[in-house]
Design a protein around this ligand. Sequence first.
Ligand SMILES: NC(=O)C1=CN([C@@H]2O[C@H](COP(=O)(O)OP(=O)(O)OC[C@H]3O[C@@H](n4cnc5c(N)ncnc54)[C@H](O)[C@@H]3O)[C@@H](O)[C@H]2O)C=CC1
Ligand SMILES: [Mg+2]
Length: 381
Amino acid sequence: MSRRRSCSVSSSTRKKETHTRLRSKSGRFKVGDPAHIRAMLRPLRLLLSGLKTQPSRCCSSFVSRMRYVNRLKEDDEACAAALKDGSIFLFHRLSPLLRRPDARTFSPAAFTCSDVQLVLQRLGSDGSQLKEAVLIGCSEQNQAQFCLDVGELDQAAVEEASQGTFIDLRKAFFLLPAAEAPLVSKGQALLHWHQTSRFCGASGQPTQRNRAGSQRFCSSSSTVYYPKMSAVAVALVSDGSRCLLGRQPSFPRGLYSALAGFCDMGETLEEALCREVAEEVGLEIQSISYSSSQHWPFPHSSFMLGCHALVSPAHTQLSVDNSELEDARWFTMDEITRALQVKAPPRRGDPPIIWLPPKHALANRLIREWVEQQQQSEGGE
Ligand SMILES: NC(=O)C1=CN([C@@H]2O[C@H](COP(=O)(O)OP(=O)(O)OC[C@H]3O[C@@H](n4cnc5c(N)ncnc54)[C@H](O)[C@@H]3O)[C@@H](O)[C@H]2O)C=CC1
Ligand SMILES: [Mg+2]
């Protein structure tokens, strides 16, 4: 009887009893008792857990932020703690939630963990969804940034509760200031990757994610999956005084952009550029020089690598492959300067004009760099 009763005591009650027994009459732990050792170690444990959940201050703020994010990817416990103090960007079926601080500006809405919990609870969710949050990075203010897709909740109800609007990424990306668009596009790309990587390609079994969402694992085949991007080569081709732009039939009316194409397996960037330009416009390029890169979320996470290239002035005759491009043309400096001044795409019924990719796009940067190079070489003559 008594044995059965003692078995029914919960482990926490047992711990409490042991705890009480170990205290001396003065209320202190006896030196050498396990509880005494635990009590002595407590400040150290607190210090270590503080170090785990905050960027270290020993290095430059950039270095400590990068190391912090890396630690959160590897340490589930630290990541869970960072979520509590972090900011969360909400998405609904991959559309980001934006707010309008004023009539002209859009910005991604950042919430605290408790704000999101309140919104979820108000809409009848138990808050366990927060575990689905995916780490995006760390702000300059040392705050971990996460994204969360609340696609299973009613869109209008979340918008009302959170005082924002879910906007399709294709629109949102260009409404946001160039500095904020990459954060949203990275969040969307990560969420999309998780939504489409739920099963292992080798075993067909479900995959499990780590807390940060930086990888997925299949315990059946022991495969680790990481978020992936397709490499795309972009070239602004010049003949020395003009630059070459093309348009696909799917582009909005009047939009011309730099030539681009997905890299094939095993290709170098240079090989991909030469092949794409040959395929699309029938020219051979040379003097390839790298400019810069960007993550491009459309249609699904590409890693854009932007370059400048030259064709020999004797070989500028285009042979456009119309199965890929609707048109490709050489543009003079004057034409490009005029096109760069177009601030918004033409509306229906407006006279036809040539316009160029917006500032957020790498192609825009390549075109502006080309203009600068032309101006410099003209100035130097
Ligand atoms: N950010 C920027 O400034 C620019 C971005 N882009 C982007 O670059 C991407 C590629 O340019 P495109 O001229 O369309 O490429 P492309 O000339 O290689 O043609 C696209 C076709 O390539 C095939 N393809 C081969 N590998 C593929 C892969 N990994 N994923 C998807 N399709 C693949 C498909 O049949 C597809 O229809 C597009 O998503 C476009 O939006 C293009 C120009 C500038
Ligand atoms: Mg192409």
